[in-house]
Design a protein around this ligand. Structure first.
Ligand code: SF4
Ligand code: SF4
Length: 355
């Protein structure tokens, strides 16, 4: 942490700052939608923004990987015309929590791997991320401390942290420098505010204690022992296969490719849409074979995609602890409870071996 990278903004200047952003670009921010629900949406005034919010229903991944996206258009009436399409917008995302920034980092990892997802990468280049740090837990569903997504690390251009009488802002990229210069509202951080930030982070380490009865480093072992756990069979009885948990997950990126043609059958477009490993057709292959027919196998797959497979490939857990899947599940399947049950079952097996 270097003090030169930090700036201060007074609390009563936040609205001026957001309005200045709106004059520069399209701005998306968390907005209250009623019944303790929030959504990222385009704002026209700083008055619409909720600075304190629990994770939005859909994460900001919808701006990086839209739910439906045209990827090419074709017209074969007179001659074969095929045009690849990339949809993007200059966009400032304001007020993104560290868990959602962790989700974007997971998407970056996968979609910049080979074969590179060019549409995603172009879109990402045009998006500026301004984070806001959570100083308190959002609710009982979150497990951000378990996966280490509760502290700002990387993946943003500016990060706002609330102090007693102002916000301290970390500048983390050239885009961040430009915003600070163009808005002209910030002043340099002084030693006193810098020390307050350090004290706040120390306090936060204690406050955001691990919510799962194991440590992150034991997760691969836990999952290596849990492929045949009875926990998956129990989930079979509960899960409705609705796919909500994957739609709201900031690290789920599976999609399907579809085509639409007009009545001549010669003009149309190819597009991709979000898809879910929890839905019945997802694992169906030629010949009508479905290699994950049981809901228990689909649920197990979801958890292994979050907590095991990507550790081997990318060295990262693909859960940000945002809690959205648990908050949204109509069947009451709770990620923290599933992990705790896996740990208990695995411990019981180990003890049986030794007794
Ligand atoms: S949201 Fe719940 S019921 Fe729906 S697929 Fe996910 S775990 Fe199953
Ligand atoms: S698995 Fe659940 S808690 Fe983890 S990132 Fe996805 S939605 Fe959030």
């Amino acid at each position: 942490m270097k003090i030169e990278q930090y700036r201060i903004i007074e609390k009563n200047q936040i609205k001026d700052f957001v309005n200045a952003l709106i004059s520069l670009s399209k701005v998306v921010a968390p907005v209250y939608k009623g019944y303790n629900n929030y959504a990222f949406q385009e704002i026209e005034s700083a008055d619409e923004v909720s600075l304190k919010y629990i994770p939005t229903i859909i994460p900001p991944k919808k701006y990086f990987l839209p739910k439906r996206e045209t990827i090419l258009q074709f017209d074969t009436k007179d001659e074969m015309k095929i045009e690849p399409v990339t949809e993007y917008d200059n966009l400032i995302l304001f007020g993104v929590h560290t868990c959602d920034i962790a989700g974007i980092k997971c998407l970056n990892m996968v979609l910049s791997d080979r074969p590179k997802d060019t549409s995603y990468l172009i879109r990402k280049k045009h998006i500026t991320i301004i984070g806001i740090e959570c100083n308190d837990y959002c609710d009982e569903y979150a497990s951000c401390s378990f996966v280490g997504a509760h502290m700002p690390t990387t993946g943003y251009d500016l990060m706002f942290t609330e102090l007693s009488d102002c916000y301290i802002v970390h500048i983390h990229s050239y885009k961040g420098v430009e915003i600070v210069q163009n808005t002209g509202i910030f002043k340099p951080a002084n030693e006193e505010k810098f020390e307050e930030l350090k004290a706040l982070r120390n306090e936060k380490f204690k406050k955001f204690s691990n919510e799962i009865p194991t440590e992150r480093r034991y997760v691969p072992d836990l999952f290596d022992r849990s492929f045949n756990a009875t926990v998956w069979k129990e989930l079979e009885q509960k899960c409705l296969s609705c796919g909500n948990c994957t739609a709201v997950c900031p690290t789920c990126y599976c999609f399907d490719i579809k085509e639409e043609v007009d009545l001549t059958l010669k003009v149309g477009e190819r597009y991709r849409v979000w898809f879910s490993c929890q839905l019945d057709p997802f694992a169906k292959i030629a010949g009508g074979i479905d290699f994950r027919r049981e809901r228990s196998a689909r649920q197990r797959h979801r958890f292994y995609r979050k907590f095991r497979y990507h550790i081997d490939r990318y060295g990262m857990i693909f859960c940000t602890g945002c809690g959205r899947c648990s908050r949204t599940c109509m069947a009451g399947i709770n990620l923290k409870e599933v992990l705790t049950s896996l740990i208990r079952e695995s411990e019981a097996k180990i003890w049986r071996k030794w007794l």
